[in-house]
Design a protein around this ligand. Sequence first.
Ligand code: AGP
Length: 593
Amino acid sequence: MCGIVGYIGDRDAQPILLQSLRRLEYRGYDSCGIAVLASTIKVHKDVGRVEQLEKALPRNKGKLGIGHTRWATHGKPSKSNAHPHIDCSGKIAVVHNGVIDNFQQLRDKLTQEGHRFHSDTDSEVMPHLIESYYQGDLEQAVRRALVDVHGSYSLIVLAANHKELLVARNESPLVVGVGDGENFVASDVPALLDYTDRVIYLEDGDVGVITDDEIRLFNQAGEVRRETNVIPWTMEDAQKGGYDHFMLKEIHEQPRVIRDTLGGYLSAIEPEVDLGLESTEFEDILLLACGTSYHAGLVGRYLLEKVARIPVRVEIASEFNHSNAVLGKTWVIGITQSGETADLLGAIKKAKQMGCKTLAITNCVGSSATRIADQTFYIRAQPEIGVAATKSFIAQLIALYLLALSQAKMDIKSREGLIRELRLLPDKVQLILDGEDGISKYGKYLSTYDNAFFVARGINFPMALEGALKLKEISYIHAEAYPAGELKHGPFALLTPDTPVIAIAAGDDTYEAMLTNIKEIKARESPVIALADEADEDIDKFVDYVIRVPSVAPIFSPVINSVVLQLLAYYAAKERGCSIDMPRNLAKSVTVK
Ligand code: AGP
């Protein structure tokens, strides 16, 4: 949700800023801009993507600069609302990610003092506020300004006559890239990897003074040292690798992701799961998450209740934040690919304040969730760039299988049987990927409709939700998901021959009921595409089209079905010519509430 970058060193800043911004476009892409310190600060910004900005840019020479790629919160995408924002004197430029809650009061006060604003954004108060306190010492002015600010921010400040960048972080991610005779700043690691693999994660409340050869960080207690981390993956891992889209590449990485995530926690020889977590005493579990991660949580509930016999609730984090939840000895588990989703971070904090032990299941080392939660369980998906979560979702499911198995209350033989099946999943997923062409034709078929329904029962109902989310997110086809038994309670009114229904007919104890529902749907003349087990010999009689999936134990069917649904959405979106990796109005990491 907005990406910010900064550079200071001996090279031309402009190409480095543009390259870093391109790497961050998954965070927001409705407008962008850069500011470079030449003899004066040169600001260039506009609506659209970095590619367009670059075409219109003069060659600014300067060795310090900042940049921003935006996901609009305050004010529509426009040139004036794009960052960087600059003060009245033209000497202080700021890029900001986050939301300044009290911007209106600050803006009113600054306007009375004579400052003139040119945007609808909350962020524009920052350069003016810093200007109002500036008396020659940039660091002091920034620190003083931050005292007045309520809200979330990661920001980079560039000022004329200062060979330093000022940075600050509160509830919004910020990373410093450590170079030799040069330093970099960004919202996220991919922006830095072309230049360095050494990074320092700032913490909430940190303010930093970055020069070309020094990184000094302070919090309220004074100067602080933060560890330098070496990133274990390369830019190549974050490239498309010959695929048309990151999403497709990430779908194809899933067998490897399952192996890696299992490999981290499941003994290669023994049926032993070791999550490396300190034991926590609890009576029940609350799973919190947003979007696709919430769907993983819904599957998690089935797993934990079935395998571990633990009472589990699942809540959307943003709802939990405003709820009157009563928690007892509850283990609160936040599921988040990015580890930066503001709603989820708020929810974990709330749970901690209520005295609960917390665990974050995340993909991102050093992310905010890992700092806030008591413990972390890393999935091993590696960087996910496509806005649509695919491989991270599969890895979250694998983490939840492992969690359930680590708490299993069942006889040893059944537990070992499940672990054996778990190890087979990469190959089963590969079988689906091998049959991609067959699935793509149904994606193309769906692309001709304006509406679609996804139905399932039991452990696959969350897959219906996930299939519908994927389809609407990247192909813009309106999609609804229902537990199949619910259709008759209202949604049937919408079923027509123009409403295809994707029905997941898993070979479990819901199968008979599902067939009944499919017959009811067919009676309304909707075309039905079923996802059915390869061994299912009956299904063809009742539906229009069948996508066969490899046989797995029913408890693992969500993994298999979700890969099919990802491919369906991908090919529907491709056929419609959509911007698959950067769908309209969305961003990869949602760092605002
Ligand atoms: C789905 O494809 C989305 N990218 C979105 O729903 C996402 O899962 C949600 O915003 C939560 O993100 P997180 O896992 O990073 O917390």
